[in-house]
Design a binder for this molecule. Structure first.
Ligand code: DAH
Length: 341
């Protein structure tokens, strides 16, 4: 029996080592260790022996059985690993394949500048207040003290939709709507598109962007206006920039000013036309008539307002001397702003 066992173990070990699939190994295992496998049969044959001999032989066969079980388990693990590796190899994705990259879009320089301006004022405590692009004559002109037939209407050639509706010619309509719906004190910013019946040229476009600012509180003065606008200019053009107020006229502010920022050049350049100053926006103290038109007592409250042309600021900051390029969608121009935030 001992001899049979030795032969069986030897050939089983050889068979295990040459098997190269888990399915084959399973069959082999059943044929040796299964219910009617060769080792099981040997164990059954022990019945013919008795006493000490039977016990000794039983121990030898059991040891052989345990040894073969270990050999099967080890081989099983090896084959499993091999099969996993093979299937990983077969299913591997080739990510190196060359495919043309899709062109990725980016924000337009005017959007970037608008966001930058809005972010500055939001940090100062302003809230964004959107107003409609199609509005009535009342909100765009009348409430702002620009009555019908007032010569100031000529300052803004307007697209009329019908007798009373128009494409807003400035974001100042946001002032009226805010004053009528928000309880003072408040600081709002109204950004958006505006429209004028202008022939496009280097400094005009029938559609452009403005950001309106309005602060209503008690005891405001031109000092508050100057503080806010000087900090705005420093944020956009650099910390050493100062501003100046030039007297001007807008029907909705009294007094009114044009605001100039100091040019970066020392001795006059094309951008500042040799003056050392660049006009950046219009502003003023809210006209008492406008406060009253909008239901705010001019005896209790004061206000200041300003209107920023976003294309103008974009042009100044980027050295652009013809605003039409901002609307031409020329990828060679726009791609220069891809990594700007
Ligand atoms: N609405 C004016 C324009 O488009 C700009 C402006 C000037 C807005 C003075 C204001 C302001 O709020 O106070 O020409």
């Amino acid at each position: 029996m001992q001899k049979d066992l030795n032969n069986l173990v030897q050939s089983a070990l050889v068979d295990i080592s040459v098997t190269d699939s888990t399915a084959q190994l399973y069959e082999l295992r059943v044929s040796i260790l299964g219910k009617s496998g060769s080792i099981t049969n040997l164990l059954k044959g022990l019945r013919e022996f008795s006493g000490e001999q039977r016990a000794n032989l039983g121990k030898v066969v059991n040891d052989a059985k345990v040894m073969l079980e270990n050999a099967f388990d080890t081989k099983q693990t090896q084959l499993k690993l091999k099969e996993i590796n093979q299937s990983l190899q077969a299913e591997k994705l080739d990510l190196s394949i060359e495919r043309p990259l899709k062109q990725v879009g980016a924000s337009h320089p005017v959007t970037l500048m608008s966001n930058r301006i809005v972010q500055f004022f939001v940090k100062l405590g302003f809230t964004v207040y959107h107003s409609p692009e199609i509005d009535t004559e009342y909100y765009n002109f009348e409430a702002l003290n620009v009555v019908a037939d007032h010569p100031a209407r000529d300052m803004q050639d307007t697209f009329f939709i019908d007798d009373t509706h128009l494409l807003r010619s400035h974001t100042s309509n946001g002032q009226v709507r805010a004053m009528q719906s928000v309880k003072p004190p408040f600081s709002i910013l109204s950004p958006g598109k505006v429209y004028r019946a202008d022939q496009p040229d280097a400094t005009h476009s029938p559609q452009f962007h403005q950001i309106e600012g309005l602060v209503i509180d008690k005891n405001l003065s031109m000092c508050d206006l100057k503080f806010v606008l000087e900090n705005f200019a420093k944020h956009i053009f650099g910390q050493t920039t100062s501003i100046r107020f030039r007297p001007s006229y807008f029907p909705f502010t009294e007094p009114s000013v044009e605001v100039d920022a100091q040019c970066k050049c020392n001795d006059g350049c094309k951008v500042c036309k040799g003056t050392g100053w660049i006009e950046i926006l219009g502003a003023g103290m809210v006209n008492k008539k406008v406060l009253e038109n909008c239901g705010i007592s001019s005896k209790v409250y004061t206000g200041f307002a300003f209107g920023i042309g976003v294309e103008r600021i974009t042009d100044i900051v980027n050295g652009i001397d013809d605003m039409r390029i901002l609307f031409e969608n020329d990828i060679r121009f726009l791609s220069q702003f891809v990594n700007c935030v």
